[in-house]
Every structure is written in C-alpha cells, then in structure tokens.
Design a protein around this ligand. Structure first.
Ligand code: ATP
Length: 468
C-alpha cells in the first residue's frame, strides 16, 4: 500500500515535522522546502545508506565534498552554459510560463488559451555575484549538478590515492536549478540534493559497466523498501540524450502524481574529462569536445606499458535525495483498519531509515522511579550509535504508540513497575505487527542492533575486480 494522493503525504509531512514550506511566514518561496525534525533524520539516514553502499561497502570508490559556488569556466566547458536549458513558453492570455514539454494539446494548462509564444531555450543555472562589486564581471554559478566538481578534481584524487580505472568518486550535496515550473511537492524543486557517483572505466568496457550499475541501483532502491512493482526502467531514445551522453537509463518510480524519474544512470562517455583537459590533441577522445586553452591539467591516465595517455569513460548513477525521501515516504505510508473498528496510520519505513529507532516511554508520566530508569535506558541505547533514541515522558502509552506508528518508529520500549521493582524487563512493541514482548533490559542493545542489521543487510555490491 502507498499513499492515495500527494495530499496525504504533504499533510503528514507538515503535521509531524518532516517538511515545511521554506520562508512560509512570508508567503514561501516557490519550489523550496525545509526539512523538519523528523525530515532531517530521514534524509540523513537515506544519504548514509547510500554512502555506506557506495563508499564503505565497496573497495573501489572514494568520496568528495565540494563547493557549490562554481567558476563559470567549469560550466562553460562542461556544456552547461550552452545547453542546460529547458524550452520555455509564455501564455499571452494569462501571462503564466510553462516548460514546453509539459504542455499538452498546445493549450495553456492554467487558462486553456492557445495563444502561446514559440518555445525558447531557458537556462536553468542560478548565478550570483562574487565579491563586493556587483557589476556583472565577477560571478559564480550555483552548481546545477554535483558531478562537475568530481571531474575537475579527478587529477587531485588520482594524485592523492593511487587509484586507476575502474574506480569511482562519490559525492552527496546540494544542486540548484531554476526550474520553470517547480511542482509536486519535493519532486521538482529549485534547491535539492543529489547523490552522485562518477565511475571511471576503460573505453570499451563502458556498456558492460552501465548495465551493471543499472542493476546495482535497482537493487539498492528495493533495499530501501521500494517495491520492485513500483520501479521500472526507461531507456532514453538517442534523439533525447543529453549533450554528454552515449546512453541513459532512468529508474522510474510510481510517485503519487505519476511514474517519473527517481534516478538517472548515464554513460557520459569521455565527454567531461575530455572537455576539462588541456592539450587534447594527442588524446583519442571519442566525444566532441571544444579545444580547452583555459584548463591547467590533463584529466587522463597514463599507461606506462603502452606509453600513452587515455581518457577514462564515465558511468554516472545520479539519484535525487529529495525524490528518494518522497519515494520512501510514499512506500511506507498506509492506513490500516483495526479489529476494534478504529484505524491507524503507519509509516512502515525500513528501520535503518526511520527517523527515530526506538522510543523509550515510562508508563506513568513524571513518576520519579520510572522516569529515571527510562532516562538511563535511553542514554545507554543512545551510546550504541545506532541513530536517534527518543525519551518520551507523555504518559499515555496508547497515544504514544499511534504517534510513533505514524512517524515510522519501529520499536517502542515501555518501562513499567515490573521493570523497576521486579526483574528489569521492559515491553517492546513492534510497529508493523503491533506485537508486544517482554525482554530484559540487558537484551535491548542486541535487539536494536539485530533489527537494524536485518533492515540494512549488506548490499549486493561487489568490488571492481570481481568479474567486470
Ligand atoms: P527531470 O527530467 O525530471 O527534470 P533530469 O533528467 O534533469 O530530471 P538529472 O539531470 O538526471 O535529472 O539529475 C539526476 C537526478 O537529480 C534526478 O534523477 C532527480 O532525482 C534529481 N533531480 C533533478 N532535478 C531535480 C529537481 N528539480 N528537483 C528534485 N530533484 C531533482
């Protein structure tokens, strides 16, 4: 089960503190959102799961964290200044603006008029003045993708790590696009985060690696709790490919508003490293790149035996963090009818993504002995470093369970008089089955660890030298 409409998710997100409209008290800012107390945990957990599977569980990937402000030359040679555009059409009747490929039947989606301007390219990059004099001569772009800084640091990473292809560089961070029509909650926004891997391979092995990464990424999303039935692949037709791409496959997800892209996996050929390279003349570059007199380095690897330089090819799995958050929220969301005639809302998130791993609740509010024991248990579990453990002194256990069902807390731990007066056992209650069980406090750490390990079981990812 998933949400029946985006409205259900938007309402839950606001009510429980996952997401808020940014600058809301001044009327908001279109296509910009803030993550609330639970949203930041969910988002961090999703990013951590990606980082774990991309960097820690593999032996062929390094990480980077680069700046957002970007020298315009980077985005000139990458092709973004010329081609990172969407076709824009204005409605002459109601003055609204649309992305031409989002218009159906040649009519304005707002007022129905067919009096539209011809489509014209609109560059999606944001720019900002750098330094105290704003005369237009000194500006930087806010990066439209994290990828470029991985390419421009390629030589630095090679020199500081002794890597050689096949290997990858991963980055998670903000990207900015001045989308013509941001919409569908956090699906299409102007400020968002990407999780990108640039995986460098030898020319000729690119198609095999591309296929492999598509499979790896499908497997990862299902590991995050996304049902395979809601995922599909879309192969871009040749005429729609981006300027750098030899082939692109999108992982599509059935969002509440329709089936749309969750992640794109592109074969970027040798375009980017080739473009940012000085002295391209003696290099065998497949992509059409313009001469680059501005770069100071050669983004290529030297083959000692063959005594020649070659530019690696790049496979890029690029996923949107915010679209991922939306997908896992949607996947987890369900409204269940209960035997007693009531109903409950459950966010059945995988435990490793849940904003709160366990809530520790004293049976009676403000009871000194119960509260002290609960606080001590909370502190002890928190020290295990498994994520956020919440101490909750509200007293109404039934209500606390419902609230934690709704925000996806997989385990509630109730401290009662038996805990403090008899045998140091507690009740743990499972979010999904609602089953309750008596366990000793000494066992709690292992229970939590076991729950999280089962949720985020070791990925299927393998090292580069394993077969490819
Ligand atoms: P779309 O066709 O939906 O505009 P795109 O093909 O331009 O997306 P890519 O350039 O492939 O997107 O970016 C990689 C990923 O970054 C996307 O799969 C998506 O998850 C995310 N992303 C891109 N644009 C946005 C946006 N405006 N808001 C949120 N996430 C985005």
């Amino acid at each position: 089960m998933t949400a029946e409409s985006m409205d259900e998710l938007v309402a839950l997100a606001k009510r429980r503190g996952f997401l808020y409209q940014a600058s809301e008290l001044y009327g908001g800012l279109q296509g910009i959102y803030d993550y609330g107390p639970l949203g930041v945990e969910l988002k961090n957990n999703l990013k951590a799961a990606w980082w774990r599977s991309m960097v820690y569980e593999r032996d062929d990937v390094e990480g980077l964290d680069c700046s957002i402000l970007t020298n315009p030359k980077v985005l000139r040679y990458s092709g973004h200044e010329d081609t990172f555009t969407d076709p824009l059409q204005d409605c002459r009747a109601c003055k609204s603006r649309w992305r031409a490929d989002h218009i159906e039947d040649g009519r304005c989606p707002n007022c129905g008029s067919d009096d539209l301007t011809e489509p014209r390219p609109f560059n999606l990059m944001f720019r900002t003045a750098v330094g105290p004099i704003d005369d237009g001569s000194s500006f930087a772009y806010l990066r439209p993708e994290t990828a470029q800084s991985i390419f421009t640091n390629f030589r630095n990473v090679l020199d500081s790590t002794s890597r050689k292809p096949p290997f990858g560089i991963a980055q998670i961070g903000k990207a900015f696009r001045n989308e013509i029509t941001p919409r569908n909650f956090i699906f299409r926004v102007r400020e968002f985060e990407q999780m990108e891997l640039e995986f460098f391979v030898e020319a000729g092995t690119d198609e095999e690696w591309h296929e492999r990464w598509v499979q790896e990424r499908m497997a990862w999303w299902t590991q995050q709790g996304v049902s395979p039935a809601h995922l599909s692949l879309y192969h871009h037709p040749a005429e729609d490919l981006s300027h750098y791409s030899k082939a692109t496959v999108d992982i599509m997800y059935r969002f509440p508003h329709g089936v749309e892209e969750l992640e794109g996996i592109a074969n970027r050929s040798d375009f980017d490293l080739g473009s940012h390279t000085r002295n391209q003349d003696d290099l065998d570059i497949h992509a059409k790149v313009m001469p680059n007199p501005d770069s100071s380095v050669r983004l290529a690897v030297h083959d000692q035996q063959a005594k020649r330089w070659s530019v690696p090819w790049v496979i890029e799995p690029s996923a949107g963090v915010d679209r991922g958050v939306l997908a896992v929220l949607n996947e987890g969301y369900r409204v269940e009818q209960l035997d007693n005639g009531g109903q409950r809302t459950v966010l059945a998130l995988k435990a490793h993504l849940a904003p709160i791993k366990a809530a520790v609740i004293p049976l009676k509010r403000n009871h000194e002995g119960l509260v002290a024991r609960a606080r001590a248990i909370k502190a002890e579990l928190q020290r295990l470093g498994l994520g956020r453990i919440l101490f909750e002194n509200t007293g109404n256990i039934g209500k606390a369970y419902r609230r934690h069902d709704e925000v996806g807390t997989p385990m509630c731990i109730t401290i009662d008089f038996r805990t403090i007066e008899e045998d140091d056992t507690v009740t743990i209650r499972d979010r999904d089955s609602m089953a309750q069980e008596r366990v000793s406090v000494a066992e709690l750490g292992d229970r939590l660890r076991g729950m999280l390990a089962a949720s985020d079981s070791a990925s299927t990812m393998t090292a580069a030298d394993d077969g490819a």
